[in-house]
Design a protein around this ligand. Structure first.
Ligand SMILES: *Cc1c(COP(=O)(O)O)cnc(C)c1O
Length: 437
């Protein structure tokens, strides 16, 4: 147990109590559903929502002063953990210059250069305030470049909440928009080939998470991404890799570096903002030059290239480039995944632990999980019990069976050990449910 953290928590308890006068139980009065993003309501695990007031390193502290080992980690944004000194220093420096400058500033160029140097398929970058906007802009570019309308997307992948890419997943999208979206199963290149055969003449792009993280972690099957690349190329459709999660997460060159795939466009987000709001589209100059003001594809944003996001992003990528913590992240994640598997086995609970680098998902499932259908068929009721038990034991995993746990460089070996022990107890509770109490 990190005693320092606990002590700090106790010392600051008075302040936490002041925070907690905004009681989480009243959140629904002023915020729709009590949240600003649905998964935070804990509805998928039948749990009470949690109000948190502070994060530090690998820990998160709630409004009552309880601390948790945090595997949500800003939904993947915080690869260096909460309050990394280099990120805080960069943010303080940026604040001394203004909160928003309103014109191009050097940090925008520097962060773009870092991304270009890390990712060979990217020659130029356009920043947005969110991953959602990056994906919207990438799709618009693809449509302009090809002159086609249809988009092929993969079941279970998430590309933000823009209209086209949410078709069929939410109310409020006109048929005319939805009719341009073709969905095929992840890891099924036969389905993609058939879709391209059928719609090829009208397809602008295929967009895919190179490692799916939004149906839980689902890695691409061997050769799958290469097939996706070949097939899109053959039919004159652009390939957009959505690396909002995987960029700088599974390696400094992202998933495309790991698997050796060259997309036409890439979207980024999360990590590249170092915990501040961000998104980015990147690609070869000939495609990117279609964006305004060079070209005829409009994109703009008051907060695009925001100084605080640029500063935190530069600090994060610079640290990742210098410290290259990926081996250690892998080791920590491997130990967590292995420990969880072993404890599940001991308790006689069937799980599949899908992991790529420092992201993983525990599926309560007998068979492998390689697509959205298999992910959805996992025992989400069991996951819910497990997640609620973990939370009671001071370990926070995403409150959804279809999300990823993220390991940061701030997680310690001791925290991983504690999480494994807690996971073991949670599996035991699933096997022998506690009598109602
Ligand atoms: C989070 C996410 C997005 C959306 O990014 P926001 O910043 O939340 O708008 C897009 N694609 C993927 C793969 C994501 O995980």
């Amino acid at each position: 147990m990190p005693n320092d953290e606990l002590r700090m928590t106790n010392v600051k308890k008075k302040r936490s109590i002041r925070h907690s006068t905004f009681d989480i139980r009243n959140s629904g009065r002023y915020l729709v559903g009590g949240v600003n993003s649905p998964v935070r309501a804990f509805k998928q695990v039948d749990g009470d929502p949690l109000a948190v007031v502070r994060g530090r390193g690998g820990l998160l502290t709630d409004a009552d002063g309880r601390s948790y080992i945090d595997f949500i980690m800003g939904w993947g944004a915080l690869i260096l953990g909460h309050q990394h000194p280099a990120v805080l220093k960069a943010l303080r420096g940026a604040l001394n210059k203004s909160t928003i400058l309103g014109l191009t500033h050097p940090d925008e160029i520097e962060l773009a250069k870092l991304i270009v140097e890390a990712v060979p398929s990217v020659e130029q970058v356009r920043f947005t305030p969110s991953g959602t906007e990056a994906c919207m802009t990438a799709v618009r570019l693809a449509r302009a470049v090809t002159g086609h309308a249809k988009i092929i997307a993969f079941e279970g992948c998430y590309h933000g909440h823009g209209d086209a890419l949410m078709a069929g997943k939410t109310a409020g999208i006109p048929d005319i928009v939805a009719s341009d979206i073709v969905r095929v199963a992840y890891n099924d290149d036969g389905a993609l080939a058939r879709a391209l055969q059928q719609h090829g003449r009208d397809v602008a792009c295929a967009i895919i998470e190179p490692i799916a993280a939004n149906m839980g972690v689902v890695p691409p099957a061997a050769g799958f991404l290469q097939r996706v690349r070949q097939l899109t190329q053959r039919h004159g459709a652009l390939l957009i890799l959505d690396e909002v999660v995987t960029g700088f997460r599974v390696g400094y060159g992202g998933a495309q570096g790991l698997f050796g795939v060259q997309p036409d466009l890439t979207t980024f987000g999360k990590i590249i903002g170092g915990g501040m709001p961000i998104g980015a589209v990147g690609g070869p100059r000939r495609v990117m030059q279609r964006l305004a003001p060079q070209g005829d594809v409009y994109h703009a944003g008051t907060f695009a290239g925001h100084p605080l996001s640029m500063a935190a992003g530069i600090a994060t990528l610079t640290h990742l480039a210098q410290a290259s913590p990926y081996k250690r992240l892998n080791q920590l994640a491997q130990r967590l995944a292995g420990g969880i598997k072993e404890r599940a086995q001991k308790a006689g609970v069937a799980v599949q632990v899908n992991r790529v680098g420092s992201m993983l998902t525990v599926f309560f499932s007998d068979g492998q999980v390689a697509n959205a259908t298999q992910a959805a068929a996992s025992r989400r009721d069991r996951f819910a019990q497990w997640a609620v038990s973990l939370r009671r034991q001071g370990v926070l995993v995403p409150p959804s069976a279809l999300e990823a746990l993220f390991i940061s460089t701030a997680h310690t070996d001791a925290q991983i050990d504690r999480a494994i022990q807690a996971a073991g107890r949670a599996f035991q509770e699933i096997r022998s449910p506690r009598s109602a109490s």
